[in-house]
Design a protein around this ligand. Structure first.
Ligand SMILES: [Zn+2]
Length: 477
């Protein structure tokens, strides 16, 4: 392809406040339609909005976590448009004075790290939801989501491939979750993104005409939508046809996008200052107290794992991707001397079980439990295979590993006399395998180890068995 891809993103994240942005209604996903509503959020005439302090706090925290300048003076504006899911016929949003400006996120995609600038983060209210029901030919409106606080994060067009945009989205999600400002559940719509994409010939400074894609409901859908759009625009350009500035709707089932409307400009919304809300002035002390309340963010945590624990950059990156996993690792690390071994267990067994249980499910293990299990293994009291089996049981029952080992008789067999007898017996019974071994066939060794493990139900000390076998086989030379 002869074109450079230029991508900018607009990401909406619903804030994890208890109540809505301008009224006391519950901010909660689901519920019977139109049960989390009041005259304010359903747009009755004459009602007045009252700003939710926590929503401002979360918007500012998101800005701080994304290296933004926090605006001491901010205000809300009305964005006017008509749609059935917006009963007031305007959305309270922010136009020229958003809470956060000029941030950035350093994004690692593959081997490359690049800086994606964040133009702004503003606070606004969400709209309701249209329900296209199976009951008939109509459409229903559910206002439960009306007035849920949202932040919109607008990037500069700094991404140059769908892979880079995807990495940005993943890291952004991780940071928002670490900061506690949003649960970022894409399947519940708490994180949504619009993709602006254009192409230009390599070396050209001006951007090409961009399209905006909406209705992208998952990161994988965003990735497919971007690749589709690249092909569509490249074909137009190859044929010498213009790319229209338009808003398109991504249909993930069909794997295609469709024109929704030709692009509107800001003045079409007739923005004006919201007359029912006073401007917001933030004291510097307040901003600093929010900055201090941010937890250690993924990039800092990754650096700490490299420095303090000597983990590889890749492993550390995997560990910090999700806060819950990383918190669990940290809690265990305080109890385990061998961090590398712990890292292998968390990235291997813990992530595997967690994936089985469903993405983002909680880790049911206590850090003390995993630490005790690793100690049993390290002290040679259980074999590696037993450790894995006990781990499985612990995951389901939450029991103490020593209790499981005791009850099920799983203690490792370290009895050199007993194992030595068993080894001699097996070597006597398998002259062909002995010949193979002495002939240099390494598989013969694995065969004998397997036989000993089978005979001891996996409880024999692996290292000891290897030593005994080596000695016994060599003696037959
Ligand atoms: Zn309400």
């Amino acid at each position: 392809m002869d074109y450079e891809v230029v991508i900018g993103l607009e990401v909406h994240a619903e804030l994890a406040t208890k109540s809505k942005i301008f009224c006391g209604c519950k901010n909660e996903f689901g519920g019977e339609p139109n049960t989390h509503c009041c005259p304010v959020c359903s747009g009755h005439p004459g009602v007045l909005p009252v700003l939710n302090r926590q929503a401002v706090e979360y918007a500012v925290k998101a800005g701080l976590a994304l290296n933004c300048q926090i605006q001491r003076f901010s205000k809300f504006d009305r964005k006017n448009y008509f749609y059935p899911d917006l009963p007031k016929a305007y959305q309270i949003s922010q136009f020229d004075l958003p809470f956060c400006k000029d941030g950035f996120l350093d994004v690692r995609a593959g081997e490359k790290t690049s800086r994606v600038r964040i133009n702004r983060i503003h606070l606004e209210e969400d709209a309701g939801k249209l329900v296209h029901s199976e009951w008939g030919s109509g459409t229903l409106v559910d206002y439960n989501r009306c007035g849920v606080p949202l932040i919109e994060i607008v990037t500069e067009p700094d991404m140059r491939s769908p892979e880079e945009a995807l990495a940005f989205l993943e890291q952004l999600k991780s940071i928002l979750k670490y900061s506690g400002v949003s649960d970022c559940k894409m399947e519940q719509g708490s994180l949504r993104c619009d993709v602006n994409l254009s192409l230009r010939p390599f070396g050209q400074a001006e951007f090409g005409v961009r399209s905006e894609m909406k209705n992208v409901n998952s990161f994988s859908a965003a990735f497919r939508a971007m690749n589709y759009e690249i092909k569509r625009q490249a074909k137009l350009l190859d044929e010498g046809k213009p790319v229209e500035q338009e808003t398109r709707r991504w249909d993930d089932q069909k794997g295609m996008s469709f024109v929704m409307r030709t692009k509107e400009d800001a003045h079409d919304y007739r923005y004006f200052p919201e007359p029912d809300l006073v401007p917001v002035v933030l004291e510097q002390d307040y901003i600093e107290s929010l900055r201090a309340s941010l937890p250690e963010l993924p990039a800092a945590r990754q650096a700490r794992y490299l420095e303090e624990y000597g983990l590889s950059e890749y492993d550390a990156g995997q560990l910090v991707a999700e806060k819950e996993v990383s918190d669990f690792f940290d809690a265990c690390a305080a109890l385990c001397p061998d961090k590398k071994e712990l890292c292998n267990w968390v990235l291997g067994e813990v992530l595997r079980k967690r994936k089985e249980a469903g993405e983002e499910s909680p880790v049911p293990l206590r850090p003390e439990g995993l630490a005790a299990l690793l100690a049993l293994y390290r002290e040679g009291r259980i074999s590696q295979k037993t450790a894995r089996d006990v781990f499985e049981t612990m995951w389901t029952t939450g029991e103490d590993p020593a209790a499981i080992v005791e009850r099920e008789g799983l203690a490792q067999n370290n009895d050199a006399g007993e194992l030595g007898g068993l080894v001699r017996e097996l070597v006597d019974q398998n002259p062909q395998a002995v010949k193979d071994f002495l002939g240099g066939n390494t598989k013969a060794m694995a065969f004998f180890v397997g036989q000993v493990m089978k005979a001891t139900k996996g409880k024999a000390n692996h290292k000891l068995v290897n030593e005994l076998l080596q000695k016994e086989l060599e003696s037959r030379r």
